[in-house]
Design a protein around this ligand. Structure first.
Ligand SMILES: NC(=O)C1=CN([C@@H]2O[C@H](COP(=O)(O)OP(=O)(O)OC[C@H]3O[C@@H](n4cnc5c(N)ncnc54)[C@H](OP(=O)(O)O)[C@@H]3O)[C@@H](O)[C@H]2O)C=CC1
Ligand SMILES: O=C1CO[C@H](CO)[C@@H](O)[C@@H]1O
Length: 422
């Protein structure tokens, strides 16, 4: 499957994509095309329109480069894609409730994985994924593109180097929540032909089809996602953890308030919220709806970026010009402008190292958002042991919210049985 159409050149990573919707067949597909080390050979989607669109896009791209007989494989069941022996690595671009199960299946079938944020639907499934990824020996990348954006890398390295003194408090700003991307029908109805709605629902509780809950808007129902706190928290908490050295731990106290629509509404994730956290070191953070951004408050001044990839500012602007010694500078991943998460993923595979945001880091990041959602829903302060990943004092109500009953057959327990061995 190389340039001559026969064998895969050993230096090229053959990619399959599970979930070729908006972000999958748009941003991610284009990033994979731009990466000379990758070649897309298969796509998979439960929506036949999305599948056909992605297949056509792949064939069009490679037929001009590799010959007009290039044929992208199109699967409607991700289990067939992960069992395809021609595939080396998988991009998971499904809605959030499918991330862990699809990624686990790919890892267990021996593929490297780059998985969309937010990494998990629940904290307990995230822990399982992080452990399996570690044991697999495969490269795992949480698709955290912020780690390859120059303004964020610079902000993080200045904070890490102590230019702003000891960081005492971090403000993590997330955008307002629950909005339609496009006009969609909020009435319940029959799924359109061409959509395998049974599989789309996956592990989530069975619910009637509603156009306002699929495509972009799955984000606003707790059955499929966690709302803005997971959708955008995945980006911003990741940076806060990275800069403050908390990537492999978590908060010890969580307290928050959110405004939730009725639980049985079309959407039920918090529309606005404010959650406060305390870390083992004494660092405090607060997460609230505003505009995406971050502010690190240290004993030597503050540094802020407001707006996604917004300009970096400080009350001590001269400190932004600090020249750091080489050993304090962070590595810049290779990037095609943006999309360094894909470049770093393929470089990690080739160099035999881990990617910049392995599953453990992605899991710890999104655990903060999950804990915030639990605290908001219970409406009281929670105490958490980040080493054991357990609530202190055996808090039964909070503990019950760390996991979900998964709907058969789309359970983690069934993943092994889907993998063709040998
Ligand atoms: N890093 C970033 O900046 C961004 C990340 N994302 C992340 O990407 C993911 C996808 O988001 P988005 O593209 O907006 O969502 P879409 O709904 O547009 O795309 C998801 C696709 O996956 C399909 N799908 C659902 N279940 C399965 C399954 N079991 N197997 C194969 N395909 C399946 C969906 O089908 P159907 O068409 O029927 O829904 C859809 O085509 C999300 O997790 C989101 O957080 C998104 C945007 C930006
Ligand atoms: O991660 C993301 C960043 O950008 C999108 C909006 O433009 C989000 O909704 C998305 O999920």
């Amino acid at each position: 499957l190389g340039r001559d159409g026969h064998t895969a050149p050993s230096e090229r990573i053959v990619m399959g994509q599970i979930g070729s919707g908006d972000h999958g067949s748009g941003w991610n597909m284009d990033r994979m095309f731009a990466n000379e080390d990758q070649q897309v050979l298969a796509v998979c989607d439960v929506d036949s329109n999305h599948l056909a669109h992605a297949e056509t896009k792949v064939n069009k791209h490679y037929s001009s480069k590799l010959g007009s007989d290039y044929r992208c494989k199109a699967y409607s069941d991700f289990r067939d894609l992960v069992n395809d022996k021609d595939i080396d690595a998988v991009h998971v671009g499904t809605p959030d409730h499918w991330h862990v199960i699809a990624a686990l299946a790919a890892l267990k079938a021996g593929k490297h994985v780059i998985c969309e944020k937010p990494l998990s639907l629940t904290l307990s499934e995230g822990r399982i994924l992080a452990d399996v990824a570690k044991q697999s020996g495969k490269v795992f990348q949480t698709a955290s593109e912020n780690r390859s954006i120059e303004s964020y890398i610079r902000m993080v390295e200045l904070v890490k180097a102590g230019v702003f003194g000891e960081i005492k408090h971090v403000k993590i700003l997330l955008p307002p929540s629950n909005r339609h991307r496009q006009a969609v029908d909020p009435t319940l109805g029959k799924p359109p032909s061409g959509l395998d709605y049974e599989m789309w629902q996956g592990q989530a509780t069975e619910m009637p089809y509603c156009e306002s809950r699929v495509h972009y808007n799955f984000r606003w129902h707790l059955a499929y996602s966690g709302g803005v706190i997971t959708d955008w928290g995945a980006h911003m908490i990741d940076l806060a953890h990275w800069a403050t050295g908390n990537e492999l731990t978590g908060p010890v106290e969580i307290e928050g308030k959110g405004e939730f629509p009725p639980r049985d509404g079309i959407w039920n994730t918090a529309t606005s919220f404010k959650v406060n956290y305390r870390y083992p070191s004494g660092l405090t953070t607060e997460l609230f709806t505003d505009a995406p951004g971050l502010k690190f408050e240290g004993t030597n001044g503050w540094i802020l970026s407001r707006g996604w990839r917004g300009p970096v500012k400080s009350n001590r602007p001269e400190l932004l010009e600090t020249v750091l010694p080489e050993e304090k500078r962070l590595r810049r991943p290779r990037t095609d402008g943006q999309g360094g998460e894909h470049m770093d993923f393929s470089d990690a595979i080739k160099e035999g190292r881990q990617a910049y945001a392995p599953a453990e880091i992605g899991h710890r990041t999104i655990s903060v958002a999950h804990l915030g959602n639990i605290a908001m829903q219970l409406g009281r302060r929670l105490r958490w042991d980040p080493d054991q990943e357990k609530f202190a004092d055996g808090d039964a109500a909070a503990t019950a919210m760390l996991r979900r009953e998964q709907r058969e057959p789309w359970t983690i327990d069934n993943v092994d049985s889907w993998i063709n061995v040998g």
